[in-house]
Design a protein around this ligand. Structure first.
Ligand SMILES: C[S@@+](CC[C@H](N)C(=O)[O-])C[C@H]1O[C@@H](n2cnc3c(N)ncnc32)[C@H](O)[C@@H]1O
Ligand SMILES: [Zn+2]
Length: 397
């Protein structure tokens, strides 16, 4: 089948993509979902983040890298990695779709990287499984599917070197954010709830699912960097070998308990004696979500390395991504979850407050406080909900 194509530039790559021509009444997104090969320009920031993360990994490993992108679409991500990250020795791309593989082959040739990038027409788990043995594993595996990455977690963990990294995109926000709880239980083995900070919880559910999946193989893992943006979450999981370390990473698993009355929440490491409990602040019933990852969603050194890598790249001028990295970095060491200032203001019957004075007020009272990257109205703090409400109401309340 022949179809119209267009040439786009992204990063250092020039890529042929299907030309999207919406029919009457159809949205661009609608037309894109019919395209013979998937290319979404909105995901450029996701791919930019991959370039920085791979660059940061390269600094740590200081060896030539082998990478795999088993769901490559047009090949743009893998080709950009080969062009923009020094030391990519071999990139193995794959896709199940005939048209995707043909287009990726064309793009690999057009970008002059045939010596280092190849593409196979193969189911992703099959491709990864072929590499799931010592010496055949990849340093970096990038799982960028439609919807959930859950069916690929096991094979990705097996196909990645024990000091390597697995990147995961998830766009199935409805299950991860408590809108479709049954699907979340099926895909991730976790209960999700609809709360103000669901987008952060989504990252924690996916991270937790990966940690448990890797631990099966006696591989430890923890997030090196993770963020929510647009309609997706993205996580970079760093692996480490050994049973003991795998046990340590499992110790960061637990639950978040939410009060339905006053919006307070707290985390519980390990298992739950009983689902839920009673809120210490107001006595209402608390609901539990999890199991999920309660540790940090980023690593300080890894974030600094990503920022340093960006300084030698045009990606440094992607202000939105750089702000996300800075914000995620400031969240390190903060408790899981956040308050949404508008929700608390509305509960108190006051007009919504600006977030900065509330953060300053909490800090002046000796608490930690920062914004959440996941919500411009999100406030992360170790202060109890009553304290946050007291500061929202102001000194005259
Ligand atoms: C979201 S697109 C990939 C986009 C690409 N990674 C990028 O950055 O532009 C998902 C791709 O995965 C392919 N795909 C879906 N399920 C697959 C599977 N089980 N094995 C291999 N490829 C699969 C689809 O054909 C599609 O090209
Ligand atoms: Zn309460």
């Amino acid at each position: 089948m022949e179809y119209p194509k267009a040439l786009v530039s992204e990063g250092m790559a020039r890529i042929m993509v299907p030309e999207i021509i919406p029919s009457e009444g159809e949205t661009l997104e609608g037309a894109r979902s019919w395209a013979p090969v998937f290319y979404n320009p909105i995901m450029k920031m996701n791919r930019d983040s991959a370039i920085l993360a791979l660059g940061a990994l390269q600094r740590r490993l200081s060896r030539p890298l082998t990478i795999c992108e088993p769901m490559c679409g047009t090949g743009v991500r893998g080709i950009r990695m080969a062009l923009e990250v020094s030391g990519v020795q071999e990139a193995v791309l794959g896709d199940m779709s005939y048209h995707a593989v043909r287009l990726a082959e064309e793009n690999i040739r057009m970008n002059g990287v045939t010596d280092r990038v190849r593409v196979r027409r193969m189911e992703a788990n099959l491709l990864l499984s072929l590499h799931a043995r010592p010496l055949a594993r990849f340093d970096y595996t990038d799982i960028d599917p439609y919807g959930t990455p859950a069916p690929f977690i096991d094979a990705a963990a097996r196909a990645t070197r024990r000091d390597g990294m697995v990147a995961l995109t998830a766009t199935d926000m409805a299950p991860l954010c408590g809108v479709n709880m049954r699907a979340c239980l099926r895909k991730y083995g976790s209960t999700s709830l609809r709360t103000g900070h669901s987008h952060e919880t989504a990252l924690r559910i996916l991270a937790g699912s990966f940690v448990r999946g890797a631990a099966v193989h006696e591989v430890a893992s923890r997030p090196a960097f993770g963020f929510f943006a647009d309609h997706y979450i993205r996580l970079y999981m760093r692996l480490d070998r050994g049973k003991r370390r795998a046990d340590e990473s499992l110790r960061e698993m637990g639950y978040l308990l939410h009060c339905s009355g006053c919006r307070s929440f707290r985390s519980v490491k390990g298992g739950l004696d009983e689902r839920g409990g009673v809120c210490e602040a107001c006595g209402s019933e608390m609901k539990a979500e999890g199991p999920l990852w309660l540790g940090d969603l980023a690593d300080e050194c890894f974030c600094s390395d990503m920022i340093e890598v960006s300084e030698d790249s045009f990606i440094g001028s992607n202000r939105r991504l750089m702000e996300i990295i800075g914000s995620v970095r400031r969240e390190i060491g903060m408790p899981p979850g956040f308050f949404v200032i508008d929700e608390l203001s509305s509960d108190l019957g006051v007009a919504s407050r600006r977030i900065e004075p509330v953060i300053d007020g909490l800090k002046a009272s000796g608490f930690k406080a920062t914004r959440s990257h996941a919500d411009s109205r999100g406030l992360k703090t170790d202060a109890p909900v009553e304290e946050v409400k007291r500061i929202i109401l102001g000194p005259d309340a």
